[in-house]
Design a protein around this ligand. Structure first.
Ligand code: PXP
Length: 263
């Protein structure tokens, strides 16, 4: 069972998009992402994340309706800032909406939202979602200008894009890895100082999650592709359990080191 009320606890949001990717490869109902969400809840997920893309390449409209009806965890709906997605979010009223940039030709969400450049486009969307009590998050790169833009838009949450850091780890580029990690560390600090709740995600694996989980200002990680891929080998519950443990160990170790520093 999760320990979500403990101060300093790092929540794990499990993204189930790629269960739907596999289902859609054959056009029938198996494997069911809602069943995966229920299993993730039992395995220790604190929330479920799903991205309803404009092209419906994985999650479909009826998945969102069923996730809202059938899972006992908060749903974080990832969405592009479009009138269609705004109407869907207002209809279902998930716990949170994470606004992401979206391009049809991309394989995955490639970069952060330009919250600064798109202020006038985003402001009414953030306001409409907030007005009905949906917690709005903006998926941004680790950049102070974007954090300040999120604040001036009135979004209470930002999610930092960890893709560049994870790519650097995969490519074994240690200087780039350290630089990207340092950017995440200072963005998390700046975000918290601005009064924002700071999340992070994209591309995280057992190998990359530790240094990110150790960042004390982070409140939540959203992880999908790796957990679903790893589930092929170990089962979804086990992949989530190992990820949860890696997060907890990294955070406890970092807390311990910091408390020794203070003395
Ligand atoms: N956070 C956001 C905003 C995303 O768009 C995604 C990918 O859908 C994730 C987290 C999860 O990324 P991954 O599937 O690589 O773990």
């Amino acid at each position: 069972m999760s320990d979500v009320t403990r101060p300093g606890y790092l929540r794990l949001g499990v993204n189930i998009d790629h269960v739907a990717t596999i289902r859609n490869a054959r056009g029938n109902d198996h494997p069911d992402p809602v069943r995966a969400a229920k299993l993730a809840a039992e395995a220790g997920a604190d929330g479920i994340t799903a991205h309803l893309r404009e092209d419906r390449r994985h999650i479909r409209d009826d998945d969102i309706a069923r996730l809202m009806d059938e899972i006992g965890l908060p749903l974080n709906l990832e969405m592009a800032a479009t009138p269609e997605m705004l109407a869907i979010a207002l209809k279902h009223r998930p716990h949170a909406c994470c606004i992401v940039p979206e391009r049809r030709e991309e394989v995955t969400t490639e970069g952060g939202l330009d919250a600064a450049g798109l202020h006038n486009h985003l402001k009414p969307i953030v306001d409409r979602l907030s007005d009905v009590g949906i917690r709005v998050s903006l998926f941004i790169n680790a950049d102070k200008r974007q954090l300040e833009a999120a604040r001036s838009l009135g979004a209470p949450v930002v999610e930092l894009h960890t893709g560049a850091y994870c790519d650097a780890v995969l490519e074994k580029q240690s200087a780039k890895r350290d630089g990207e990690l340092a950017r995440l560390v200072s963005a998390a600090r700046d975000g918290a100082a601005l009064g924002l709740e700071v999340h992070a995600g994209h591309g995280l694996t057992f190998d990359t999650v530790g240094p990110v989980a150790a960042i004390p200002e982070l409140a939540e990680l959203n992880i999908g592709h790796f957990l679903v891929g790893e589930a092929i080998f170990t089962g979804l519950a086990e992949s989530i359990r190992i990820m949860r443990e890696a997060m907890d160990v990294a955070r406890a170790t970092a807390d311990d080191l910091r408390s020794r520093d203070v003395r």
